[in-house]
Design a protein around this ligand. Structure first.
Ligand code: HEC
Length: 137
């Protein structure tokens, strides 16, 4: 009897763990012990909803614009406006983990923002990427 209880407990824990993984996407630890997001979780927002895009835009203006420009036209960070090939998965993972290539770096945002807020940012950056990179737009 005790074995059955212990076993079902383990199964339950495994299922809870699996549920959390689906909500978070896949994560893992790298050599220095920090957690890295490998794939985006299932989106919690409608990426085309103007309200979601506006919410992402507000976070972007406060947190991202000083490096990427208010219209995403670039600065210390690369231009995001009018960019092709920025997939939602790539955006989610890159914004979560941050990026370092040579001397250029972006801090990870997964400690500052919930997955939901990161999805709002993804929606906004997608909307920027879909625009033409003309100064008037
Ligand atoms: C301190 C400056 C800085 C801030 C603040 C910043 N970024 Fe970045 N970001 C960078 C730099 C620099 C890179 C390029 C890093 C690299 O290529 O290694 C980058 C890269 C990116 C990329 C990948 C672009 C590509 O060409 O692949 C995305 C997407 C992005 N940032 C989104 C954001 C969002 C969203 C925020 C706000 C939550 C943000 N960044 C805040 C500096 C910043």
């Amino acid at each position: 009897m005790r074995i059955v209880v212990a076993l079902s407990g383990t199964v339950c824990l495994a299922l809870i763990g699996l549920g959390a993984d689906l909500a978070r996407g896949s994560e893992g630890q790298i050599g220095n012990g920090s957690t890295v997001v490998f794939t985006a979780p299932k989106s919690t927002v409608n990426l085309n909803d103007p309200k979601v895009i506006r919410a992402g835009g507000r976070i972007f203006a406060q947190t991202c614009a000083y490096c990427h420009g208010y219209q995403g036209t670039g600065g210390r960070g690369p231009r995001l406006k009018g960019r092709k090939g920025l997939t939602t998965d790539y955006l989610y993972v890159t914004i979560s983990n941050g990026r370092v290539i040579g001397a250029q770096s972006m801090p990870p945002w997964k400690y500052s923002f919930s997955p939901h807020k990161i999805w709002e940012l993804v929606a906004y950056v997608r909307s920027l990427a879909a625009k033409h990179n003309a100064p008037s737009q």
